[in-house]
Write a new protein. Structure first.
Length: 431
């Protein structure tokens, strides 16, 4: 890696779970002026990083010093009986670790955005194990790649061009040596980038997966179609999957959040296990936020559980559906929210948002978002991977070091340092 003047090479892009680490960033003074190799989203993230920034701490809409904002945050936390700490997927691993420290100190519930995206993936993996691989392995070896319920063209723009359409050690000519399929309920933009699009009827993912499993195991079926696909076509798909030398199934929220949820993932894992009796297959989730995988790993490392963790009894307990943020809010259980690097008001269902607007909210985020509009305390943070360093985990579990390429706005510090300030003040008042 070389670094000359104001050019930063090999910068990981902190937007989506691909964490593309070949971005070249050009800085003029303290301004990012060029992003080479990044997709359109990445260019917007880096070049437009100053847009819509939250620059000063506020309490009830009034600008205050950082110390005053921390003081009010500490008051809210100490008067709360059931604090919910949420977010963490768009920040770096050290900030996540501090959030878990704070949860343990205060006996709070801490959840990350996994509970509204790939939570079922984790539950499925806990039930059935995991046959996984790395993105590099896929690029070098995979001759059949299937996306199921994912739209990388929109959500992970470089996933196909950067990892899948590139030649690898054993895939010299990816256009001919590797086939890319998409299974989805609608013809998305990704359908135009793949070799074959297979449309299934909505909410039939589980039936289609189980049918493929039955066919791969050699069973005869006495129905003519499943999920809108004829049995003849499903037999042909099953044979193609068994004939691949190295297959990879990438899946997105179209699978995790459709009918069946974690049962879909459980079935997909078992499909991969069935295929592994014949050939080599791996399964990988298309993780959305750039460090949602890190949020799970940090949580598991610190508490033993990946998300939805309650410290009320002084030790961690895991219960999705009970300690997940949407459920805690929709039940009216949380009496204060500490939100870090997420926008629950924009993404949560109305019942959860309705309660959220009735409780004090402390919001730590670099940008003004919908949650900052309802938060009593807003504390601006430096953007990880642009204005501060750190570590994050790619969708396949590979940890990457994030780079600082410019200084944050004056007085703005990283999430981890804001959380450390809160913890320090809490330790004093809780003595
Ligand atoms: S695909 Fe994702 S990580 Fe890669 S450059 Fe685009 S937004 Fe960034």
């Amino acid at each position: 890696m070389t670094e000359a003047n104001n050019i930063f090479n090999a910068v990981p892009c902190t937007f989506c779970g691909c964490l593309c680490d070949d971005i070249i960033i050009e800085v003029d003074g303290n301004r990012i002026v060029k992003n080479t190799n990044g997709c359109a989203i990445s260019k917007e993230r880096f070049i437009g990083h100053a847009e819509n920034r939250c620059l000063e701490p506020t309490v009830s809409g009034k600008t205050v010093s950082l110390e005053k904002a921390i003081e009010r945050a500490v008051e809210i936390i100490t008067s709360s009986k059931r604090l919910l700490i949420y977010g963490l997927s768009s920040t770096e691993n050290d900030a996540q670790r501090e959030a878990y420290r704070l949860a343990e100190l205060t006996g709070s519930v801490v959840d990350n955005t996994t509970s509204v995206c790939h939570g079922p993936t984790i539950l499925g993996a806990q039930e059935s194990g995991e046959a996984t691989s790395s993105l590099a392995e896929v690029r070098h070896r995979s001759d059949l790649v299937i996306y199921w319920g994912a739209n990388p063209a929109a959500a992970h723009p470089r996933h196909i061009p950067h990892y899948i359409r590139q030649p690898g050690e054993y895939i010299k000519d990816p256009k001919n040596d590797r086939k890319i399929w998409l299974i989805d309920i609608r013809e998305t933009t990704t359908a135009r980038m793949v070799d074959r699009f297979i449309r299934i009827e909505p909410r039939t993912d589980l039936e289609v997966i189980q049918t493929l499993r039955a066919l791969i195991r050699g069973h005869k079926l006495d129905v003519s179609q499943v999920g809108g696909i004829s049995i003849a076509d499903l037999e042909e798909i099953a044979i193609a999957m068994k004939s691949a030398k190295y297959g990879t199934l990438f899946f997105g929220l179209g699978l995790t959040q459709s009918w069946g949820r974690h049962r879909n993932i459980d079935a997909a894992i078992r499909l991969i296990q069935d295929l592994n009796a014949h050939t080599k297959w791996g399964l990988l989730p298309m993780r959305g936020h750039y460090n949602v995988s890190g949020a799970n790993k940090t949580s598991t490392w610190v508490t033993g559980y990946p998300y939805a963790v309650d410290f009320a009894r002084g030790y961690p307990r895991f219960s999705p559906g009970e300690y997940t943020a949407v459920d805690m809010l929709a039940r009216g259980e949380a009496d204060a929210l500490l939100n870090i690097a997420a926008d629950p008001v924009a993404h949560f269902p109305r019942s959860a948002v309705s309660h959220l607007t009735k409780i004090p909210v402390i919001n730590i985020d670099p940008k003004i978002n919908m949650t900052s509009q309802v938060a009593e305390v807003n504390i601006p943070a430096a953007i990880a991977g642009i204005e501060c360093d750190g570590a994050a985990t790619r969708m396949d579990g590979l940890p990457l070091y994030l780079r600082k390429v410019i200084e944050p706005p004056e007085g703005v510090i990283p999430d981890r340092d804001i959380l450390r300030m809160i913890i320090k003040s809490l330790e004093k008042v809780m003595k």
